[in-house]
Design a protein around this ligand. Structure first.
Ligand code: MCN
Length: 785
């Protein structure tokens, strides 16, 4: 409740629906993205990329007149491939070289860099390169990769299986014996791209004055990019600065160390001018890390009322040609298998996550990571379970959910849910969507070939993973804290320096709101600096819905510590003690008397003689924060969607979309609603449109926006969003992360709605996206019986 928040956190602190500080810059065109940087003498880079999916390079021919403009791996001197490692028995790693090292494993893999004053000229040079390949067998079918029938694409591997995880608990044999209903299905979520508004890009140069290499990258995680990049290119970490300028969306695709980042940084060491590569759209669609591509084999055991007794779930994930750093190829399958039980109680769970390699671009994180697939698979099963026991799907969900009184709740897969009222999210969504009303409308299904359907999805979103969570996944390269510096300038204005990277989430505003809560400053006056290893304390970056909890917590702690000093100095001026003053409206206040922060800062920086005895000069605090629970904080939501399917054309129209959501304490309700809506847009793409198919030779069949379809304004309705607020007991202020949720629930809810609409025709669709072609085929198949 906004009124409560204002009382607890101040009128412009946590909970205030403020416009975003950063939007003045963006809307006026003052954002500075990679392509806007203007360094004298910059040469532009075009990559020559593999035209085939798997082959050994016999020879590379480069015309003599352009040879000095072309760089192969052997021209880069001492540079090492990146290798993502999972410290788990049975994990197989693979080197991902910055430029091909004799073998190429996917169409689009970088082989050479061409430099010229303009990108067009660099592309002309790339056109003149000829590579002779010995073609090798191509693996594109994940099921064959998983069953061992496809030849291995990495030397020394017996097959293409990279890792198998087997989470679970409970007595499955008992669950099977007790079950009255068993539902069994195979389901598939296709491969897709990420499609951030700004593609990837890197600019690197040698700063002669400081004798350091400066790498500008459109990245979500400058600090750990620096840590891992430095040894790969033989530069000491203290001689490498990584800067993320404004970043036009990331969604996970900029949350890895990329081959191009290593190649451009390595090139900048050996040429005497800046070099820059800016990804074009075709490169983004075919050579960037891609996403999803899960195949599920599910078995759900339940009693006659639909109460879940046991769940068996196998997920096979096609991770493409290489393991992405730092997450490794096992990221998707591990997340999916670990979160699979979702918001439900069950007596037994047996999960199996199998990651396989193929001749496609590496799989990377994309909003939701593993969870859109897991939610899709489980929630399809929940709808089929409800059908089998003859009950409304939302009622079966309510009956199976973890209850508020059981929180904190340890799931059967070992996740600690912190707080929440899962059943209430379904009850409220059912009311908002008006279930009896929709059921009444469905009586007209079939008229003019139109079919109405109601679909559901409930999920939990694990956010702000702590160190224990990464360790439980055997990921030792990442950690579960964030750092922040809060400091005043000598004129009394606040600067926050953070290692997380704001690229659309509104963090410049919400972090300022957190500081305003502690220090009583105006958030519009707070400067938030991020994205530069030379500016902020060390931290991990922005991904996994962690920044609000982690960086918010670190800023909150730093600001609180700073507030104590400010109060001591202010109290000294007011001739009272620190416990008697408050910080309000930019001043230290004691009854009717006040000392402005500018006065406090003047004393702290320039007139130390005015400070209380023993007080050190300066006003700056650097500290860290990590949540108390190692598994982080769990948001959750229920999505309910009403669709109309046109059986004549196969088109799906969304008529109503309801989301009941809980992310604990909300810092900025306007931003949170925007995040949910943005995630929903991507979930709708996942459900209905976006797909990156490959033919059997490993050629991408969607390499432009003509064949890779994105949802537009007409496909994305405004969701009706309602909030439950269950503060987390494990985080500062009770905040939970939420940046991925919209994308997690939508594919399941929409496909469920399509199935609900077409069930009367005998149709069942268990793959995404549900394109018109798939719908028409399914109707045709059902008609033939
Ligand atoms: N917030 C809030 N109150 C909360 C939780 C969050 O006000 N209780 C606000 C904060 O401004 C926060 C934002 O909502 O920055 C999202 O919160 P959080 O869940 O902490 O996620 P992160 O800030 O760490 O952002 C990462 C997340 C992820 S994982 C993806 S993917 C994603 C997303 O954010 N990528 C995005 N949203 C994106 N939005 C844009 N515009 N661009 C992207 O690339």
């Amino acid at each position: 409740d906004a009124g409560d928040d204002a009382a607890r956190f101040g009128p412009r602190g946590i909970g205030a629906r403020l416009l975003r500080n950063e939007d003045a810059r963006f809307l006026a065109g003052h954002g500075e993205y990679l392509a806007d940087l203007n360094l004298y003498g910059t040469m532009e880079v075009a990559f020559f990329r593999s035209p085939i999916a798997h082959g050994r390079i016999r020879s590379i021919e480069i015309p003599e007149e352009v040879r000095s403009r072309v760089f192969l791996l052997s021209d880069l001197g001492d540079v090492r491939p990146v290798r993502a490692v999972l410290n788990a028995p049975g994990f197989r790693g693979s080197d991902f070289p910055p430029l091909a090292d004799g073998v190429v494993r996917f169409v689009g893999e970088p082989i050479a860099m061409c430099i010229a004053p303009t990108r067009a000229e660099a592309e002309d040079i790339a056109q003149q390169i000829f590579v002779d390949f010995e073609e090798l067998p191509v693996v594109t079918d994940m099921l064959k990769a998983a069953d061992g029938s496809a030849p291995s694409i990495h030397d020394g591997w017996p097959d293409n299986v990279c890792f198998v995880s087997t989470p679970g608990n409970g007595d499955m044999a008992q669950a099977e014996r007790a079950a009255v209903v068993t539902i069994e299905r195979d389901l598939h979520m296709h491969r897709q791209c990420v499609v951030s508004l700004e593609g990837r890009g890197v600019l690197a140069h040698h700063d002669r004055r400081l004798d350091e290499l400066v790498v500008y990258s459109s990245t979500q995680q400058p600090h750990i990019i620096r840590t891992v990049l430095a040894p790969l290119i033989g530069v000491e970490e203290n001689k490498l600065r990584v800067v993320a300028p404004d970043v036009g969306g990331g969604f996970g695709v900029k949350n890895n160390l990329q081959a191009e980042e290593i190649a451009i940084a390595a090139l900048a060491r050996i040429v005497d001018h800046p070099v820059r590569w800016i990804e074009d759209r075709r490169e983004h669609l075919t050579a960037s890390p891609q996403a999803r591509e899960h195949h599920y084999r599910m078995k759900l055991h339940a009693d006659a009322q639909g109460r879940i007794l046991g769940l068996e779930s196998e997920v096979i994930v096609d991770a493409g040609a290489y393991s992405i750093w730092p997450w490794s190829c096992a990221m998707e399958a591990n997340m999916s298998a670990g979160i699979m039980p979702g918001p439900y109680r069950m007596d037994a769970y047996r999960g199996r996550g199998i990651t396989v390699m193929s001749n496609k671009p590496p799989l990377g994180p994309y909003r939701g990571v593993g969870r859109p697939g897991a939610c899709f698979a489980l929630e399809r099963m929940m709808d089929e379970l409800a059908r089998a026991v003859g009950r409304e799907p939302h009622e079966v969900r309510i009956d199976n959910m973890v209850l508020p009184g059981q929180m904190p709740f340890l799931t059967i897969a070992g996740k600690l849910y912190d707080s929440g009222d899962f059943p209430e999210s379904v009850r409220r969504a059912a009311e908002m969507v008006d279930v009896p009303g929709v059921r009444a409308q469905q009586k007209d299904n079939g008229k003019d070939g139109l079919y109405i359907g109601l679909g559901w999805a409930s999920y939990t979103e694990q956010t702000a993973h702590g160190t224990n969570e990464w360790l439980s996944r055997n990921l030792t390269e990442v950690f579960g804290y964030e750092a922040a510096t809060a400091r005043f300038t000598p004129d009394g204005k606040l600067i926050l320096e953070v290692a997380i990277q704001n690229h659309g989430q509104g963090l410049e505003t919400t972090l300022a709101q957190v500081a305003a809560t502690e220090l009583g400053v105006d958030p519009a006056d707070v400067v938030v600096r991020h994205g530069d290893t030379a500016v902020s304390p060390y931290g991990l970056g922005t991904f996994a819905s962690r920044s609000m909890v982690m960086a918010g917590g670190a800023v909150g702690r730093a600001a609180q510590m700073l507030a104590e000093k400010v109060k001591r100095i202010g109290a000294h001026f007011l001739q009272t003690t620190a416990d008697k003053v408050t910080l309000e409206d930019g001043a230290v206040v004691h009854g009717p008397r006040r000392v402005p922060l500018s006065e406090v800062a003047r004393a702290a920086f320039r007139h130390a003689q005015d400070l209380p005895p023993g007080e050190e000069p300066g006003l700056s605090v650097t500290t860290t924060f990590q949540p108390e629970s190692g598994t982080g904080a769990f948001s959750y939501a229920t999505h309910a969607v009403v669709v109309c399917v046109d059986a004549n054309t196969g088109l799906v129209k969304i008529l109503d979309y309801v989301i009941v959501h809980d992310c604990g304490t909300i810092v900025n309700p306007m931003i949170v609603d925007g995040q949910i809506q943005g995630g929903l847009a991507q979930g709708i793409g996942n459900a209905l449109l976006e797909e990156s198919p490959y033919d059997e030779t490993g050629q991408p069949l969607a390499s432009t926006f003509l064949d890779y379809l994105l949802p537009g304004f007409t496909e994305v309705p405004s969701a009706r969003i309602s909030h439950i607020v269950s503060p987390s007991p494990f985080t500062r202020y009770g905040i939970k992360g939420m940046g991925e949720g919209g994308a997690i629930g939508a594919p399941a809810a929409i496909v469920n709605a399509v199935n609900d609409a077409l069930h009367g025709l005998g149709v069942e669709i268990n793959e995404t996206p549900v394109t018109p072609r798939r719908i028409l085929k399914a109707i045709e198949r059902a008609a033939k019986g």
